[in-house]
Design a protein around this ligand. Structure first.
Ligand SMILES: [Zn+2]
Length: 596
């Protein structure tokens, strides 16, 4: 069983990664030397008396610069910040006849958010799919509400008969009374269209009869090792849900985009980020075909935000043939190849993350004494890490379980032998089940954790069941990491969790589960620390802190306007703060028409 599982989950991880639905990885860069990566846009000197293009006043301006935390006015010119300070000083020095004076009307201005880790490429796809997250992030509170949302989606778009309808974000664990979505529900509502509802894990989907047929599933389809095909009770008929290795036929038949769609969907996908206040997005595990599509859309001028792409290790050689190392580490029309992504283990809720102690619930295939496993053997991980270090580019690696993290430390000790403490711009993506004793090693080896505090909301109950209360309470230990001197980032892992930066901040500050339970409240952080983890420390992660992450003269005018100040509202209300406007290099790319 164990051997089969090893093979199957590896095959699945590889296939998923290959289709851009990858697990995660990232690329990291740290402050200080930025060899191999950086090509930060260094601020051009601006004469002190220059006339501003615009001056923002009339609201709180949160700079994320400890030397000058809140200011009254911010002046911009040519897409950069010209000055920050008191309104009197800034207007006196920079307000001219041509300057626009922007009244924030009591709203709060902050640096644009920097995405610690997400799957940007998937945003192109989901921009054309029906959002079916469970509340509060979406409408899917039960089967009826899923059907209602899908019907409205298809009607709004006038979807023709026969066209595939796709939804995303379906979470079976959030369905009330165990009443799950099935094939019959979808058949009744959509007799003439194939319908596929992707599971929130991105490792499966619920389909109707036409979609099951389209992808080749029938009563005769055997369930492969490591896979799940739910059957209609009393029959061998697939009942809708297909997961893990049984889902590979769907991944392998993913529709490709036309050239026109690449551009159109890029704009739609980037708008999802802009709506969330994100001005720098992460493509957290990029396959060559995706990178090529991103490059074509980039060259066609589709980008409005910056995107950091991280070629996936299994595609690295192929990617280097098309995108030689000399082109890495710098933005070209808002796209940057920022490092390499390696995946080390799986997910804790899927019981594929690698732990030193067994899962309390066994393995996903019923294995006993199951600790999860590495995605690749240790020797292979060692060689992969050595290769990336040899390239001198940032390394982003996905590890969730404490044994996965230990395995990376071993790989580091192999690949960095002789100079273990040099800053190689390494980010550990997720790092969710970091042990307390591993935090000093992050510090020593200069590894930046990028945590995933949204799990305290979405998956706490599953983690308690699988790992026990103590270990679940210590997930994503932001407090201990910051106290130790680390600058962790935080991330949504979109599309696995919704792209909602205020909800992410709320989860880091409150650590409350979906069931209303407190989850390791000793690891709560302050709203300011939470904001740093999504601005300044995010900029550091990509080696871009000279130009991004705080509001200081000379940095890019990447800004977000929020309807309320996260530092001042009740911590419980942070999730209700709305993005009013998003500005990239001085230009408004999103404005919420209702609010201003
Ligand atoms: Zn991810």
């Amino acid at each position: 069983m164990q051997a089969t599982m090893t093979y199957s989950s590896r095959a699945l991880a590889t296939a998923i990664a290959g289709l851009g639905l990858a697990l995660s990885s990232g690329c990291a860069t740290s402050p200080g030397d930025r060899a191999g990566n950086q090509v930060d846009k260094i601020a051009a000197p601006i004469s002190t008396g220059a006339t501003a293009d615009a001056i923002y006043v009339g609201g709180e301006i949160v700079t994320i610069n400890d030397a000058q935390p809140i200011v009254e006015a911010l002046a911009i010119k040519d897409g950069r910040i010209l000055a920050v300070g008191t309104r009197a000083d800034v207007e006196k020095a920079h307000l001219g006849a041509s300057s626009k004076l922007v009244d924030l009307g009591g709203a709060t201005l902050l640096p644009g958010f920097i995405d610690g880790h997400s799957h940007y490429f998937n945003s192109l796809l989901v921009a054309n799919q029906c959002k079916l997250y469970a509340p509060p992030s979406g409408p899917a509170k039960d089967v009826d509400s899923i059907i209602a949302a899908l019907k409205k989606f298809a009607e709004d778009r006038k979807t023709p008969k026969g066209d595939l309808i796709v939804g995303y974000g379906y979470d079976d664990t959030a369905m009330p009374n165990g009443r799950l979505l099935n094939r019959d529900d979808l058949d009744k509502a959509f007799p003439d269209n194939p319908v596929r509802i992707d599971h929130v894990s991105m490792h499966g989907a619920v389909m109707n009869s036409l979609a099951l047929k389209k992808y080749g599933y029938s009563a005769a389809t055997e369930t492969p090792p490591g896979g799940v095909i739910v059957r209609k009770p009393g029959t061998n008929e697939p009942y809708g849900l297909v997961m893990e290795t049984a889902y590979l036929p769907v991944l392998n038949q993913s529709e490709s985009m036309t050239r026109a769609q690449e551009i159109e969907w890029t704009k739609a996908g980037q708008m999802l980020y802009a709506e969330a206040g994100v001005t720098t997005a992460n493509e957290g595990a990029t396959h060559l075909s995706q990178l090529e599509a991103m490059k074509r859309a980039t060259d066609a001028g589709a980008n409005v935000i910056d995107v950091v792409a991280l070629p996936f290790i299994t595609d690295l050689d192929k990617s280097l043939e098309v995108f030689p190392l000399s082109t890495w580490g710098k933005y070209d029309k808002r796209l940057k190849i920022g490092g390499v992504k390696i995946t080390i283990d799986g997910s804790p809720q899927g019981r594929t993350a690698f732990f030193t102690r067994p899962y309390l619930t066994g393995g996903p295939g019923g294995e006993k004494d199951w600790r999860g496993e590495l995605s690749f053997p240790q020797d292979t991980v060692n060689q992969m890490v050595a290769k990336v270090y040899g390239m001198g580019v940032p390394l982003f690696l996905h590890a969730n379980g404490d044994a996965g993290i230990d395995a990376f430390f071993k790989a580091h000790e192999f690949a960095a032998a002789g100079d273990l403490t040099k800053d190689r711009h390494v980010t550990m993506i997720h790092a969710q089940f970091t042990r307390k004793d591993q935090i000093p090693t992050y510090l020593k080896y200069k590894i930046r954790p990028s945590y995933y505090t949204l799990h305290s909301y979405y998956f706490a109950e599953a983690h308690i069941k699988n790992r026990g209360k103590d270990q679940a309470a210590y997930l994503s230990p932001m407090r201990d990491s910051i106290d130790a001197g680390l600058h962790p980032t935080n991330h949504t892992d979109f599309v696995v969790a919704p792209l909602d930066q205020m909800f992410m901040l709320w989860s880091a500050v409150n650590r409350i589960s979906r069931g209303g339970e407190e989850v390791g409240i000793d690891q709560r952080i302050t709203p300011l620390e939470g904001l740093k983890s999504m601005t300044l420390w995010g900029a550091e992660q990509y080696g871009e802190e000279a130009s991004k992450g705080s509001l200081e003269a000379g940095k890019l005018a990447d800004l977000v306007v929020l309807d309320r100040n996260p530092l001042k509202v009740n911590a419980k209300d942070i999730k209700d703060i709305r993005v009013v406007e998003t500005i990239k290099e001085g230009k408004t790319i999103y404005r919420n028409g209702d609010t201003r």
